[in-house]
Ligand binder design. Structure first.
Ligand code: IDP
Ligand code: MG
Length: 137
């Protein structure tokens, strides 16, 4: 039996700017996943730093913080069987150039600097990220 999981998904500022919220949220729902929480909001610098702590010091880190705080995002908690892996599958590869057509990044992204969507990479990351963006629950 697949494990019932929750994951943290965030539509990044380019997705909101380019008017793709509806289409992208639809893809998660169409896959049978449940949108448990959803909010259009801005990411604070502290939240950005906490979420991306593993990348501190990398060449793209400062740009990543600037990008994710550059405009409103849609933050979500999504649940379902194996929701973490299922969402990563729907998102596609990190680099939109390598993401397969039919995936969210493959269809809505053009470059690594603006890759449309964030999704937790493990159930442990999901708990941590839901805490960062929705507070302790
Ligand atoms: P993921 O989002 O698929 O989990 P990570 O390797 O965890 O990918 O990287 C986090 C985010 O950092 C990516 O989604 C992307 O926005 C950004 N990023 C990663 N590598 C690069 C890069 O080489 N150039 C610019 N941005 C990058
Ligand atoms: Mg990651």
């Amino acid at each position: 039996m697949p494990e019932q999981q929750r994951t943290y998904i965030m539509l990044k500022p380019d997705a909101v700017r380019d008017r793709h919220i509806g289409e992208i949220v639809s893809r998660f729902e169409r896959a049978g996943l449940c949108i448990e929480r959803m909010e259009l909001t801005n990411v604070t610098l502290d939240q950005a730093k906490a979420n991306y702590a593993e990348h501190e010091g990398k060449p793209f880190y400062e740009g990543l913080l600037a990008y994710i705080t550059s405009g409103p995002v849609v933050k979500m908690v999504i649940s379902g069987p194996d929701a973490v892996a299922k969402c990563r599958k729907l998102m596609g590869a990190t680099n939109p150039l390598e993401a397969a057509p039919g995936t969210i990044r493959g269809d809505f992204g053009l470059m690594m600097d603006e890759n449309v969507v964030h999704g937790s990479d493990s159930p442990e990351s999901a708990v941590r990220e839901i805490g960062i963006f929705f507070g302790e629950e």
